[in-house]
Design a protein around this ligand. Sequence first.
Ligand SMILES: [Zn+2]
Length: 204
Amino acid sequence: MEANLARESIDQELRRRQLAQRLVAHQARTRTIFRLTGLSRHQLATMRRRWQVTAEMRRRGPVPKSFAAFLSTQRTRDEAAVMALWWRLFASVGATSQPNGRTGRLEIGECLCDVFEAHTACFPASTLELDHLVLLSKSVDEAAALALGRCATCEAVMLADLLGPRRRRCYRCQRAEAVSPLPTTSDEQKRVVSIGEGVQQELF
Ligand SMILES: [Zn+2]
């Protein structure tokens, strides 16, 4: 019994350090790494020295809090929609694998890394950072300012700006509508559906 507990403790510590290494490699800010791994500042500084992480390899400053990075161009809107879709799918799978249906900080961190790595593989020139993914995942889970849904006209997956005007149609349909106005449907609100379920994210 004691041997099993010791083994679990070692496994947990190994997972924590592996997660920290992935987060450092993805240039997550120190605050994000602390919250997801529970490592102390001293532990993280020691690991960075061991991994030979230079100052130039780190992102500094406050974590992003503005949604402008997702909504500034059609390219970033599309990238953010894909990123948010992956988050909901990966997070849903992760949550169902937990015995109590609740996701811990290590699982959330590993899921964020999985999503970011998939995103980077598909969009190697993307300007979205791992800390943007943290902000995006929290936002779409809460559906407070941004939500993942489908365009009311073409049903493409889109990132809906819940605080902006004309948010129920994708950018392409909005442009088409500007040229040739579409009839407004009374149930447009209902046609935007959510995708996946959110996970507990009290960490951020
Ligand atoms: Zn559309």
